[in-house]
Design a binder for this molecule. Structure first.
Ligand SMILES: NC(=O)c1ccc[n+]([C@@H]2O[C@H](COP(=O)([O-])OP(=O)(O)OC[C@H]3O[C@@H](n4cnc5c(N)ncnc54)[C@H](O)[C@@H]3O)[C@@H](O)[C@H]2O)c1
Length: 415
């Protein structure tokens, strides 16, 4: 049988990571790419990895005509425009079997709703790429603890964190283009993961009903004059004028609709984790049992002394967002697999072949967007937000955080 042909829209950081992940997936080729920049380099990289004879296309329409599914791996601000082009291509006859979109589905609830509405016009299956729910460690703890959970009752507390020293491109730092700061960018992972691990075994990912959220956002490092200047120089973004949060934390309460039991999920995210590199940390606690994941606990550590440091030319080959090239370093030999990218592609392709939505579809992505925006609203208002209140849900549909509006100074520099 011919390999399933994937097409990427965007050829930056995540596209390269997903291309690498394809080395661990059978029967799928990276067959084409369209991007404003970097397409030729991605095609060459794909060939060098042996994951497909990737052709460069000059438009979304051309790409859609020549692949089985497309993945939106372009920046958050380009989602709707790209999705509209996919809809037009399908209406013009492109025989796609599915559409993939990276996190976050939207920068606001309105945007995520618009994306879902556009996808509906194609009648095609969708996949929302939230890699952390596909992580082998997260799935393995579920399998290992399923029997215990059934005997003792589900987990009642989760803690999820994703932290690193800050994103690699200017648009991520600009809240008006990205949709916010670290809450929009990375808490979308941690909120989804915290919700998922609390879900009783065998129930769908949206089974637990959100009851309330309290949250805080702050600018702990990148608002200080020295780091503001550094950011302006390196990324062209001025945090004196349009700051975004580099720290976010909060607590969601969920309710089991069958038993009424309430459970809690804490999330913590930062762009000021100046330690070895990116860290994902998750834990879950149930009555009499628990699990813990820390992606910085690798079986492999290397040491590079000062004299040998010149030899380490590519720091990030050790770990995503690594900040050091000497001393005791953590090396994750297969990050694409560790973070769940391999498994999320496998799941999407297997489902698309059966004409089904992936495990996580766009509708799920919309629910996560609602939770993220609710956290912004709670932080902005300094209240615990009642998510069961229809008035709050209605407000969320048109809500855009002060930070995303470029007015973050009013909140983050408030005395
Ligand atoms: N799951 C994860 O852990 C993870 C990690 C990184 C990024 N992401 C997500 O992936 C998306 C892309 O992030 P990235 O880090 O690769 O960004 P990037 O800036 O490194 O690359 C973006 C790519 O998209 C292209 N592009 C920009 N506008 C476009 C348009 N209108 N049409 C076609 N191509 C366009 C750029 O030329 C570039 O090739 C973002 O939504 C981000 O949130 C997810």
């Amino acid at each position: 049988m011919a390999n399933f042909r994937l097409g990427f829209i965007g050829a930056g950081f995540i596209s390269r990571f997903q291309a690498k992940a394809l080395q661990g997936v059978r029967g799928v080729d990276l067959a084409g790419v369209f991007a404003l920049k970097g397409a030729k380099e991605l095609a060459a990289y794909s060939k060098s990895l042996g994951v497909g004879d990737c052709k460069v296309y000059r438009s979304v329409a051309e790409l859609c005509k020549n692949v089985d599914a497309v993945a939106i791996f372009a920046p958050n601000f380009a989602r709707l425009e790209i999705m509209q082009k996919i809809v037009d291509a399908v209406k013009a006859g492109a025989a796609l079997k599915g559409i993939i979109c990276e996190k976050p589905l939207g920068r606001t609830v309105a945007e995520a709703e618009a994306l879902c509405a556009l996808a509906k016009q194609t009648k095609l299956p969708t996949a929302y790429f939230e890699n952390q729910l596909h992580m082998k460690a997260i799935r393995a703890q579920l399998d290992q603890l399923a029997a215990v959970q059934r005997a003792m009752g589900p987990m009642s507390l989760s803690r999820s964190a994703e932290e690193h020293s800050g994103p690699h491109e200017g648009w991520f730092w600009d809240p008006t283009r990205q949709g916010g700061g670290v809450l929009c960018d990375m808490a979308c992972h941690s909120i989804a993961c915290g919700w998922f691990v609390l879900t009783p075994v065998g129930k769908p990912a949206t089974f637990l009903k959100p009851v309330s959220v309290s949250a805080e956002v702050a600018l702990l490092k990148w608002g200080l004059p020295r780091w503001r200047n550094d950011l302006k120089k390196r990324m062209g973004v001025d945090y004196a004028k349009t700051p975004a949060e580099d720290y976010a934390t909060g607590v969601f309460t969920y309710q089991n609709p069958e038993t009424g039991q309430r459970v809690k999920a804490q999330f913590t995210n930062s762009w000021m984790y100046d330690k070895r590199g990116m860290r994902l940390a998750m834990e879950g606690l149930g009555p009499g049992y628990a699990f813990e994941v820390n992606t910085q606990q690798s079986p492999l550590e290397i040491f590079i002394g000062d004299q040998a440091a010149e030899a380490a030319s590519n720091v990030e080959s050790a770990l995503e967002k690594s900040t050091a090239s000497r001393g005791l370093l953590v090396v994750e030999p297969n990050e694409a697999d560790l973070y769940g990218y391999v498994d999320e592609i496998e799941d999407a392709v297997a489902c698309f072949k059966k004409r089904k939505d992936a495990f996580l579809n766009f509708a799920y992505g919309l629910e996560v967007t609602k939770l993220c925006q609710a956290a912004y609203m709670a932080a902005e208002r300094g209240v615990t937000l009642d998510l069961t209140d229809p008035k709050i849900q209605q407000e969320l549909r048109t809500y855009k955080s002060l930070i995303a509006q470029g007015r973050g100074g009013e909140q983050l520099y408030r005395k």
